[in-house]
Design a protein around this ligand. Structure first.
Ligand SMILES: C[S@@+](CC[C@H](N)C(=O)[O-])C[C@H]1O[C@@H](n2cnc3c(N)ncnc32)[C@H](O)[C@@H]1O
Length: 275
């Protein structure tokens, strides 16, 4: 039996509270598709019964699992040409110059989904910046979704996934084929560390970052949450750091914190003042 409008409203509110993601009412069918398997594995016959149980018992763990199940995890290797070109030609060389003395680079893929963004960064550093050999380079990949993080941590991707955005040369150099899957090389994998972070909750202790990729996630948040997230991200950045957003995202309400450095098919900002 399909859910009532009140049930959908309850689920919408739950997801918003847990993750700040707003599920538009036009996408109610997504609740059925994503949560029916969860309802069944929790011993309920249908989504209606599952919502009733959630309302009555309010199990904290299940509430989190429901929100995670509703996340849009769409991603790919080297997603979008412009930002990765910008990183290669300008942003990374500048950071290397600035960090010459300490020989340390700390990067953050702040909504990493299944890891393709973080591994793309790793491959790019190996491929184009041999001068980083001997540097302390770390890429922290964080996401609210445990399932997405576990997938990324595994470092194994299906043909369909490596066929999206990954140049054949990179596939051959940085992956090893194992039956139907391709496994990322230990050299790149060891650069990346996956951690749980809900961007809309107080941030856990994180290192100060030289570069933050916060791409294709702000667009799911209401305006007020976007501003809070950008304030936290600013605090987590080094004064000379760089922030890259997706091409449909801007820090328009945080111009006191960030100044635009580049805006064409993606947004690249630098902090205005030391955090
Ligand atoms: C569309 S993917 C973007 C992945 C990658 N950054 C890219 O551009 O390809 C959005 C990711 O944001 C994560 N996400 C959504 N809300 C979040 C939150 N409140 N905190 C942390 N991650 C969140 C989702 O789990 C999902 O993996």
């Amino acid at each position: 039996m399909p859910c009532s409008e009140q049930d959908y409203a309850y689920l919408r509110e739950l997801v918003l509270n847990q993750s700040a993601n707003f599920i538009d009412p036009s996408r109610n069918a997504l609740f059925e598709a994503r949560l029916t398997p969860l309802a069944r594995s929790s011993g309920e016959n249908d989504l209606e019964g599952f919502v009733r149980m959630l309302r009555e018992k309010r199990p904290a763990h299940l509430q989190r699992v429901v929100a995670e199940a509703m996340m849009i995890n769409e991603t790919s290797f080297f997603r979008d040409h412009t930002p990765f070109e910008l990183l290669r030609r300008s942003v990374i060389p500048k950071l290397i110059e600035q960090n010459q003395t300490e020989r340390k680079l700390t990067l953050w893929s702040a909504a990493s989904s299944t890891g393709q963004e973080a591994y793309s960064l790793g491959m790019m550093l190996c491929e184009y910046f041999p001068q980083l050999a001997g540097w302390d380079v770390k890429i922290i990949a964080t996401d609210i979704s445990q399932q997405a993080r576990d997938y990324g941590q595994r470092g194994r991707y299906r043909r369909l996934e490596v066929n999206r955005g990954l140049p054949a040369r990179m596939l051959l150099r940085y992956f090893e084929r194992d039956c139907d899957e391709w496994e990322i090389s230990p050299r790149v994998r060891t650069m990346v560390e996956f951690r749980p972070v809900n961007l809309c909750a107080p941030l856990p202790l994180l290192p100060k970052f030289d570069l933050v990729l916060l791409r294709n996630v702000l667009l799911y948040f209401p305006q007020q949450d976007r501003s809070c997230v950008l304030t936290d991200v600013h605090r987590a950045m080094r004064p000379h750091g760089a922030l890259l957003l997706g091409n449909a995202e801007q820090a328009e309400d945080s111009t006191d914190l960030f100044r635009v450095e580049f805006e064409q098919d993606c947004y690249y900002y630098r902090p205005r003042v030391a955090a």
